[in-house]
Design a protein around this ligand. Structure first.
Ligand code: MV4
Length: 502
């Protein structure tokens, strides 16, 4: 039974895992690259060890060094977080071969769900409906795929079997486009994953991306913790997630949750995982893929169920039974998560780097901030632009939206640009407020630039405004921000809006 955990990650998720370990009385080991020497996770761990240069391939992807540090420090278990090595079955295998515990699923489950064609065949055999498309495992030639495509129908998607998260995905509107798109998708998949195998799926237009959190222990128990709505994405990067989904009803939740557990049991799943579905306008749902790791957006599920998912992960890895049975769980209230990225929404969301000189974090009832940054920390271009997650809970969706608006207004980060303005605009958009959006909402219906015409005057006005706003933020960052007059009409709006929803 391990008493020390090595957290093989950085930033906010490393801090999150360290917190769970500390609450369980476990010692923690952090690993870091040269530019993360002052990272918050390094400061919060009991011990910390340098992995190497900044590039991920020389640091957080060096599984051999990570295992070596675990053995030398007496860490009996490794938590991978998300990204980096979290879904590498070879790493999970190496951890177990070294006599250590991998806090996650079995390598075989990671491998099975990592190959999207195998995943589709596996869950189909278990009675779970997949998105219509190619069937079976193994590689299909371009000729095979071109022959099958008319039965699937256009528009369709070419997807990488080794992919996920949209990488290597190509949309094909007509048969004449297919040969070229197949080659482009294969090239990208080969470059990204070292595997150019692809498969086809019918493109489900107007669908929503809804995922179910599942947990399974080593005593045969598997439960679901409800769903998360993840349709607000830009270039396959989730930006805002919410739980529950605005379109969900209890019978559908029970049906999808049961099938999510069945999909997990089809690969003898262990620990935390997420089953992704697409749900169309008639509430037909289709298995999309399974993520065999803890997800970025796990906190919204924690807020509406009261379950500490990371603590349950560690308990499961220590051979304990799940703390909850399915009947113990209820969805209480509503939670939203805004991913706070160091990027400039007024400049095509390009990454923004530099030293953070001031941070004011929002707080108050129902507000949670999972962050890995602080005043003095330097954001570098080596890693993902996610620097914080702002999570807000309310008794209803309307209250959660109001609270998130207030928290975003409080949130100050000076030194790098962030996508906070994007979230502020999104939370005021009518379609979002009434929950009527799908996976195309951001790309097709929502841009910050929409007020900016080609007219250079408008662009000039925007540039001046941005300068003034930045100056104001810089000034304000050093002062106690005076609360603006609370607009009590907000509560009237919530009451009116909630009545409309009944
Ligand atoms: C789809 C889809 C519609 N039809 N597959 C692929 C990556 C995964 N994270 C979400 N993906 C999707 N797969 C079929 N057959 C819609 C999505 C999707 C999406 C696609 C384009 C732009 C934004 C999107 C947001 C969520 C889901």
């Amino acid at each position: 039974m391990f008493t020390k955990v090595l957290v093989a990650n950085r930033g906010e998720i490393a801090v999150r895992v360290i917190r769970a370990c500390r609450e369980l009385g476990l010692n923690t080991v952090a690993v870091y690259s040269e530019v993360d020497r002052d990272g918050m996770h390094v400061r919060q761990a009991d011990e910390a060890y340098l992995l190497g240069p900044p590039a991920s391939r020389d640091s957080y992807l060096r599984g051999d060094k990570i295992i070596d540090i675990a053995k030398k420090t007496g860490a009996g278990a490794i938590h991978p977080g998300y990204g980096f090595l979290a879904e590498r079955d070879d790493f999970a295998e190496a951890v177990q071969d070294a006599g250590l515990v991998f806090i996650g699923p079995k390598p075989s489950a990671i491998a099975a769900m990592g190959d999207k064609a195998v995943a589709r065949a596996t869950v189909t055999a278990a009675g779970v409906t997949v998105v219509p498309g190619t069937e079976g495992e193994g590689s299909l030639t371009d000729e095979d795929l071109i022959a099958i495509a008319p039965d699937i129908g256009f528009p369709l998607l070419v997807k990488a079997t080794a992919g996920g998260g949209g990488k290597g995905m190509r949309e094909v509107s007509a048969p004449k486009e297919l040969p070229g798109m197949l080659q482009a998708a294969r090239r990208e998949a080969e470059a990204a994953f070292g595997d150019g195998n692809v498969y086809l799926e019918k493109l489900l237009l107007g669908a929503r991306h809804i995922e179910f959190q599942i947990m399974a222990d080593s005593h045969g128990n598997a439960i679901h913790l409800g769903e998360r709505e993840c349709s607000i994405q830009r270039r396959h990067q989730k930006l805002l997630e919410e739980a529950p989904s605005p379109i969900m009803d209890e019978p559908l939740r029970e049906q999808m949750g049961e099938l999510a557990c069945r999909a997990a049991q089809a690969v003898d799943y262990l620990n935390a995982g997420t089953i992704e579905f697409l749900v169309d306008g008639d509430k037909n749902f289709y298995f999309l893929e399974m993520n065999t790791r803890l997800q970025v957006e796990h906190p919204i599920t924690e807020m509406v169920t009261g379950v500490d998912i990371v603590r349950e992960q560690i308990r499961i890895a220590r051979g304990r039974k799940l703390s909850y049975a399915q009947d113990d769980l209820r969805i209480n209230g509503w939670a939203l998560e805004c991913r706070i990225n160091a990027e400039d929404p007024y400049n095509n969301f390009l990454p923004s780097t530099g030293q953070i000189t001031s941070v004011i974090l929002p707080s108050g009832p129902g507000v949670r901030v999972d962050t890995g940054v602080y005043a003095g920390f330097t954001v570098t271009p080596y890693y993902d632009s996610l620097i914080s997650k702002l999570i807000c809970w309310g008794e209803t969706r309307g209250v959660a939206i109001l609270r998130m608006r207030r928290a975003l207004d409080e949130f100050r980060i000076v030194g790098v640009r962030t996508n906070i303005p994007f979230h502020q605009k999104l939370l005021n958009s009518p379609r979002f407020m009434v929950g009527q959006y799908d996976t195309r909402f951001v790309e097709e219906r929502f841009t910050l630039e929409e007020e900016l015409d080609d007219d250079s005057n408008l662009a000039m006005i925007a540039a001046v405004m941005a300068t003034v706003v930045t100056h104001r933020e810089t000034q304000q960052a050093a002062q106690i921000i005076r609360q603006s007059e609370r607009d009590t009409s907000n509560w009237k709006w919530v009451g009116r809006w909630e009545r409309m929803q009944r």
